[in-house]
Design a protein around this ligand. Sequence first.
Ligand code: ADP
Ligand code: MG
Length: 618
Amino acid sequence: MTKFEALGLQKSLLNAISDLGFESPSEVQEKCIPLLLEDDTDLVALAQTGTGKTAAFGFPLIQKINSESRTTQGLILSPTRELCLQITNEIKLYSKYEKGINVVAIYGGASITDQARQIKRGAQIIVGTPGRMKDMISRGLVDISKIDYCILDEADEMLNMGFFEDIKDILSNTPDEKNTWLFSATMPKEVSVIAKRFMNNPQEITVGAKNAGTSTVQHEHYVVSGRDRYPALKRLADANPGIFSVVFCRTKRDTQRVAEKLIEDGYNAGALHGDLSQNQRDLVMNSFRKKQIQMLVATDVAARGIDVDDITHVINYQLPDEIETYTHRSGRTGRAGKSGISMVIVTRSELRKITAIERKIQQDFIAKKIPTGIEICEIQLYHLVNKIKDTEINEDVNNYLPAITDVLKDIDRDELIKKIVSVEFTRFFKYYSKSQDLNSSGSDRRDRGERGERGERGERRERGSRDDAPTDGSVRYFINVGEKDGYDWMSLKDFLKDTLDVGRDAIYKVDTKESFSFFNTDAEHTEQILSTFSEFKVDGRFVNVEVSNNPGGSGGGGGRRRDSRGRDRDKSRSGGDRDKNRSGGGGRRRDKSSFKSNSGGSGNSSGKRRSKKREGFY
Ligand code: ADP
Ligand code: MG
């Protein structure tokens, strides 16, 4: 018996669950489903974003609905159109083996007559936003006077958005005997008011600590001066070539402005905010889902509840006014048990807010530095080289090969490699070679000119992490494994610690990129590391480590690095099993630079990801 079976779900639902690839229920599902199936009770369920709340109410709702009657029996209220569509979609997937169940979405910005027509055909379940629902009720286009179940999803956000009166009105059109199930990530006062006023002895289920952030998310902050926010954002993007992110701004105007600038600078970016038409918002969301947009710049309201998988980074371009909002933002990443990073760009005067957020989410921020131009160049260089290595050969090139070979015939292999890499790299290098340090506590010339040097260091907070550790005697390494090999910074640190048999603290500044990573140790370990990782194989694949030459450490000179690169490339060639590791690479990879992107290239594989994400949930 699977764990889902044990919850009391009927066969048709279990089949749908297995099609979805859900292996075991999440905690909130495990707690809610049996309770809702067995009892006719009101319920308040609190669980963070990404914990599977939709299924926690969706499965019991479907099982309890009488599909032979066409009466509307269940109403799900959710704050935004996007969420509304998302939930409708999920419920349809869950109920694919149920005969005769109709789910209809009701939301603003689309034809009300079309929606009314769908309702007329008989909808046992309606998923609606409060505004449009109220509208349709008042016009007599929906009848919710006989519902048995009312679900308030993302209740905290609905109230945040000022829907209290609408919800009250809508509920006044429903029967007293119905059951109300309220789902929320947080429990602010307003939600308890709803629970008290409109619910009947609700049972309460809490998963994880109340109001806590998702623990799979690493929180980082970067201190810059106010005017450097935008260049800092660009660097964060450039230092993470595989980034797939939501960038949060405070106002619609900033959102639009930042998105426009990013697009102008050649990034795959898009804006999402309330001043756009529904049609524009749909287009942006679709491109984002397909990963054609790598950086979705959004306001809090517009991005609320968006369930897009595999968001690698949330970037807080500006901090929100409310601490609560930060939890919602960072919850966009690290979903379904995956790891994610929430980055905050702050000025020194905002550091107080970081402390307040830490208290709220009960997690520490890591004080990070905006990468220097050289670091970014290095990251991009390795990214480029790996990309060349992983590129699938287009056999149509063959026709041109004789001519191409002829043109290149006088160039030897090493020279050719240098030239190929330079095609892309030189532009990067030119852009960044004269760039300044953007870190506010650093020795930025403009900073000094303006504010003098006093007090800067003192204000910087030293965190538990060693990111601020002095770099003297510290060595930075490059290792040719990364996220696509299944590592995140924590697991890579564990792997290194175990392989080298050193203490946990010996390895620090672990920074995983898509297909490679960096880490630091004190100089005393260098010899051991280099000898351990010469001819070192994992699953038949050479894993090699070399001293990196970026300022994060005190590595060997550039010449040496380049030599060993060349050698390693040859070495890895002979390790025939490498191909095995290629498969995961294609999907998210997109060329990114601070320059006009010359690749119109859109997602080359997105179909694969759906099945991938189901793995390893919890
Ligand atoms: P929440 O509403 O709590 O933010 P969702 O219901 O949107 O979370 O679920 C987040 C993601 O996790 C969705 O993509 C969903 O399909 C997936 N998911 C839900 N339950 C499971 C499960 N038991 N196993 C694997 N994936 C799941
Ligand atoms: Mg949800």
